[in-house]
Design a protein around this ligand. Structure first.
Ligand code: AMP
Ligand code: MG
Length: 402
């Protein structure tokens, strides 16, 4: 049986980014940039006033308080018409172009009325360059402002707008198909008989993939018969990623592994030393990545985060592939006898300058309700029998926490 780290490594080695596509820049949010983007302008494009005030010759303010003559009123978007010469100023607004001759801006707050419209009293002296942003100080024409491989966040969207890059190359999100297997499963809108349960995994897995922007098709429920699984799987093999849930354990009706092999899927591993989620299959057929996860809902959720999350990140061109792991202070003792690496549903909180964590009450890999109280997975390393209150442990953050 391979370790969690080995399993992740095998997956990452066998996944390549999808072929980039062009999208309208507003639709590029959260995707990975597939090209370098250059600026077609200097930013700022002209010497720009950073304040509402008066464009002055700094030297003229040395003897402040001093009364100077107002020769022009320049709003943002106006082209200055007059050169500022000794003893003169132009009234100027934030974002307006600083007129020729002026080398500083005095803020309105540092001036006073003189009672006459064409004169202003400067109360404080300013240094050359004060309150002026120089042309090209933020970025220059031709400069690479965004690099291939960057995740496009709101600030990158803003830069794309700034440089007029309205169509941009990004790595696409994969098409994901999801199949749940099990004779006992019924649809959400059905009332289960005393020996049935509703299919929840298709929906939690779909939600996990969709929050990574993947396009998801829920392909349905296959009974525990080879023909049933083969039939639905044929449709699933058209996708970039096919996820199957259930039917991968040692039971008599756990047929997924056999069906995959008979369909010509190359299997890379079938078991990983972890809890929950030991039986987990990763395979490939042509371009399709295939993950067969255990049916227990927590195991399915955890194995998605551990194995499918990095695979989708890699398909989408990202270089940081795994969810964030941080150290947290353990708030209770934990004992375990497992030799496999364990991932416990837990709740963390930022307290007194550090993350603190406690496991949530949990009855095992079927107890999905426990996951609704968790926001992270607490890692219990292999061969660990006891973790003590007050020690640091690693936790995997599952949500955007604040
Ligand atoms: P299996 O991996 O098929 O042996 O299933 C393990 C457990 O998970 C069984 O109790 C199943 O009923 C349950 N299970 C399997 N598939 C699903 C599903 N799609 N939604 C909810 N529970 C499931
Ligand atoms: Mg089953």
């Amino acid at each position: 049986m391979i370790s969690v780290d080995e399993a992740k490594k095998i997956i990452i080695e066998n996944v390549s980014p999808l072929v980039p596509i062009e999208v309208y820049f507003e639709d590029a949010r959260d995707f990975c940039l597939a090209e370098d983007v250059r600026s077609d302008i200097d930013m700022p494009p002209f010497n720009r006033s950073a304040m509402d005030g008066y464009a002055v010759i700094a030297e003229d303010t040395k003897t402040a308080p001093v009364v100077l003559k107002i020769i022009e009123n320049i709003a943002a978007g106006d082209m200055p018409a007059k050169k500022v010469s000794q003893g003169c100023v132009s009234k100027i607004m934030t974002g307006a172009s600083v007129p020729e001759g002026a080398d500083a801006v005095v803020r309105f707050e540092d001036t006073d009325d003189t009672g006459t419209e064409d004169r202003v009293k400067i109360l404080k002296s300013v240094k050359t360059g004060a309150n002026i942003s120089n042309r090209g100080e933020d970025m220059q024409i031709g400069q690479i402002v965004l690099h291939a491989g960057m995740q496009i966040r709101p600030q990158e969207i803003g830069i794309l707008a700034t440089v007029g890059k309205s169509v941009v190359r990004v790595y696409p999100a994969p098409a994901v198909g999801i199949i749940s297997t099990g004779n006992e499963l019924v649809n959400v809108d059905e009332k289960p008989s005393p020996v049935q349960i509703r299919n929840s995994n298709s929906y939690s897995l779909a939600a996990q993939a969709r929050r990574m922007n993947a396009g998801v098709e829920i392909l349905g429920i296959a009974g525990d018969r080879k023909e049933d699984i083969v039939e639905i799987m044929t449709r699933g093999l058209q996708k970039d990623v096919l996820i199957l849930s259930g039917g991968v354990s040692m039971g008599e009706y756990d047929l997924v592994g056999d069906v995959l092999k008979e369909a010509g899927v190359r299997i890379y591993f079938e078991k990983v030393a972890l809890r929950p989620g030991k039986p987990v299959i990763f395979g490939k057929k042509d371009k399709t990545l295939i993950f067969a996860l255990p049916g227990n809902p927590v195991a399915s959720l955890v194995t998605f985060e551990l194995f499918i999350y990095p695979a989708i990140r890699k398909l989408m061109g990202f270089s940081s592939l795994c969810r964030t792991t941080v150290a947290a202070l353990l708030e209770t003792d934990i004992s375990t006898k497992r030799r496999r690496r364990e991932f416990r549903p837990a709740r963390c909180q930022w307290k007194e300058n550090t993350w603190s964590v406690s496991p949530v009450e949990w009855h095992g890999s079927a107890d999905l309700l426990a996951m609704t109280k968790a926001n992270c997975l607490l890692i219990i390393p292999e061969e660990t029998e006891k973790l003590s209150k007050g020690q640091f442990v690693d936790i995997i953050l599952l949500d955007n926490l604040c």
